[in-house]
Design a protein around this ligand. Structure first.
Ligand SMILES: *Cc1c(COP(=O)(O)O)cnc(C)c1O
Length: 419
């Protein structure tokens, strides 16, 4: 059973001050998880997690992660600016972008970020944009074909289709790219790949690591380049459904360590640092969307209208993603009603749940929509003139802090030209 990190009495006191809907984050959960992540890779002295800013681009969250030793992974100009404002600099910033405008390379270089190139042609593009090739540079690898890794806890294999993904260098381009970059002045190299998303398997990172480690050994032999780090990127998932089992980050860390000791150490490459760029795993379970039941509708189905909509959380509408829902105060009541839980957008996909068995819902009930801490608020939009909600932080001492105010009509009108 999935349990919210907040209780009904806590929510009643929070909603007395901040109207629903809002995203709420759990400082304690975020910190504990970040520490577990760090401990899992403590065997690697250079280890660093670069939190994927796009998952939760909120200053209070980024600062909290920085206190726990994390860097940031940026992919756009504004994410770079945000990270800079939050105190990240130099080697604390990874810049993994694609189809990159020149001005973004310029800012990344100015901040001293580590640039992770998405394509062979970006080598000349970067040189032209910033006037030099940085001493430390990284390339993103796409091995093509399909990728599979061990069994998940539910018995499925992790499978994805890198051959269809727009990202990364081919294998041949990596060799050519490393040689070219070295000739242009690069001294320390990184290798990055992101081959599967939201994986529920302790085998994903170790399998990916093995591929990258072997490739790094080959590249080192072919080009003589010094490989300083391997970036396992994002993709470690979370159990959105109550019947799914969470990944065990300590098992994942040990799996990567085994591959490291089997592949890199014998090749004399025991100084390579391991980097990660997790977003979902770092924040997903430690945020929720709190909303209120505002309408009932009985037609061909039973609908519960809530005061949040896809503008606050797009994943169900966009991917048909499952997000668990708890009706607060009715955690132990039987789920003997079946509802579609809907928002107010004029789009029939604006449903947080379809045919979901839930306890009987009454007007004014508070609903917690789970696992919105990553790719939740950040994917919000203003379609239909619906505005993005506030973000609140539930602190370790039980107090609550507003960390982003809700948008107002003034924000909505701010970009419009009326004459
Ligand atoms: C989105 C993204 C991540 C984070 O992915 P998660 O699935 O949230 O872990 C990491 N690296 C890059 C380059 C990304 O685009």
């Amino acid at each position: 059973m999935k349990k919210p990190f907040v209780t009904l009495p806590q929510l009643q006191s929070i909603t007395a001050q901040y109207p629903t809907p809002f995203h709420l984050y759990d400082e304690k959960g975020i910190r504990e998880n970040a520490r577990a992540m760090k401990a899992a890779f403590a065997w690697n002295p250079g280890f660093k997690e670069y939190f994927a800013v796009k998952a939760t681009p909120t200053p209070a969250i980024l600062k909290l992660l920085r206190e726990e030793g994390c860097g940031v992974d940026c992919s756009s100009l504004t994410e770079l600016m945000l990270s800079d404002q939050c105190g990240f600099g130099g080697s604390e910033i990874m810049f993994s972008s694609n189809d990159t405008p020149a001005e973004e390379f310029v800012l990344a270089d100015k901040l001293g970020a580590t640039i992770n190139l998405d394509d062979f042609t970006h080598i000349d593009f970067l040189q032209k944009a910033v006037g030099h090739i940085p001493e430390t540079i990284s390339c993103r690898y796409n091995p093509g074909g399909t990728f599979t890794a061990g069994a998940s806890k539910e018995g499925f294999q992790v499978m994805d289709n890198p051959g269809e993904a727009k990202y990364g260098f081919t294998r041949a381009q990596l060799t050519e790219g490393f040689r070219k970059l070295k000739a242009m002045g690069a001294k320390h190299f990184g290798l990055h790949a992101f081959l599967a998303s939201n994986t529920l398997s302790n085998d994903y990172y170790p399998a990916l690591a093995r591929i990258l480690f072997q490739t790094a050994v080959e590249l080192q032999q072919e080009t003589g380049c010094h490989i300083a780090f391997i970036n396992l990127s994002g993709g470690v998932g979370i159990p959105y459904r109550p019947d799914q089992t969470a990944n065990d980050i300590s098992v994942i860390g040990e799996g990567v360590r085994n591959a490291y000791e089997e592949v890199l150490v014998p090749a004399g490459m025991g100084d390579v640092s391991i980097f990660t760029e997790l977003g979902r795993f770092m924040l997903g379970p430690y945020g929720c969307l709190v909303t209120k039941a505002t309408h009932f509708k009985h037609t061909y189905k039973e609908y519960v209208g809530v005061d949040a909509c896809a503008a606050n959380l797009m994943r169900p509408a966009m991917y048909g993603a499952y997000h668990h829902i708890t009706v607060m105060g009715k955690e132990d009541a039987p789920c003997d009603h079946v509802y579609d839980v809907t928002g107010g957008l004029c789009e029939n996909n604006d449903k947080f749940a379809i045919d979901r068995p839930l306890p009987e819902i009454e007007l004014g009930d508070l609903l917690v929509i789970h696992d919105t801490g990553a790719h939740g608020h950040s994917m919000g939009y203003q379609y239909n003139g619906r505005l993005r909600s506030a973000e609140l932080l539930l602190r370790e001492d039980g107090s609550v802090k507003l960390i982003r105010r809700a948008e107002t009509p003034e924000d909505y009108f701010a970009t419009m030209v009326f004459d």
